[in-house]
Design a protein around this ligand. Structure first.
Ligand code: NAP
Length: 212
């Protein structure tokens, strides 16, 4: 009988995170804690808004108290339109939610500023497109996803220099049929976006295969 896992899913009320939650929920050996801004019906839900910098230290304490063994950060998004036509506040939101909070979380875990002693696996969600090429009309989202990839791949290399203490993953899907990419957007109209259920199933396979 495999040891029970406590999954902490950050951003699981909709989209890919919700599909991933749905995959896990029928296995009684899984304890799942789900985090988002809007209430979401599940055994344990926590309200957090990762854009609220002043609340980050308290969020970390709350997440630590959940004693997760596996943590996946799904939250993401950003303003759509020309860089100059959007309020800078909207770009800052994208930097915070896609990059700065994930960076703060990763640092808190690895520097032992917080006690995540049971954590075996930590996964951030990137974007195969936005993290590796220009993404016109989504510039701050693309900038933050590039930064996330730079951070996670660099830290992965650092961890490989030392005995592995944590399985750190960046999972970068292509376009998906979620609220982040509304119906009528060109990738969906051209049939380029995958259902999030399929992507969630692939993510779970990847995470099962890389677990230390
Ligand atoms: N959709 C795509 O085409 C696509 C492509 C490549 C990569 N991705 C990436 O895949 C991940 C999931 O995207 P998705 O398409 O599933 O997005 P989504 O449908 O918009 O869902 C985003 C989830 O994150 C939560 N969230 C957003 N901002 C938050 C905040 N400030 N604080 C707390 N929770 C927050 C949302 O819940 P609440 O609104 O309740 O807070 C929701 O559960 C993201 O990292 C995204 O960048 C998406």
């Amino acid at each position: 009988m495999p040891a029970a896992d406590c999954w902490l899913l950050l951003g699981a009320s909709r989209g890919l995170g919700r599909s991933f939650f749905d995959l896990l929920k029928d296995d009684p050996s899984n304890k799942i804690v789900s985090v988002s801004r809007k209430e979401f019906s599940c055994d344990q839900w926590l309200k957090m808004d990762f854009a609220k910098v002043e609340e980050w230290p308290q969020f970390i304490k709350t997440l630590q108290d959940c004693k997760p063994t596996r943590l996946v950060y799904f939250a993401g998004g950003g303003p759509h339109g020309q860089f100059s036509s959007q309020k800078f506040k909207s770009h800052q939101w994208a930097f915070r939610v896609n990059f700065e909070f994930p960076a703060f979380l990763l640092h808190s875990i690895l520097s032992h500023n917080a006690d995540f002693g049971q954590l075996k696996q930590l996964c951030f969600i990137g974007s195969s497109i936005a993290e590796s090429q220009p993404d016109p009309l989504a510039s701050s989202y693309a900038a933050a996803k590039h930064a996330l990839r730079g951070l996670v791949t660099s830290v992965q290399a650092e961890l490989n220099l030392n005995p592995k203490i944590l399985d750190l993953q960046l999972y970068s899907p292509g376009y998906m049929q979620t609220d982040l990419l509304p119906e009528g957007s060109w990738p969906r109209s051209q049939g380029l976006a995958q259902p999030p259920d399929l992507v969630a199933a692939d993510l779970l396979l990847v995470l099962e295969s890389t677990l230390i």
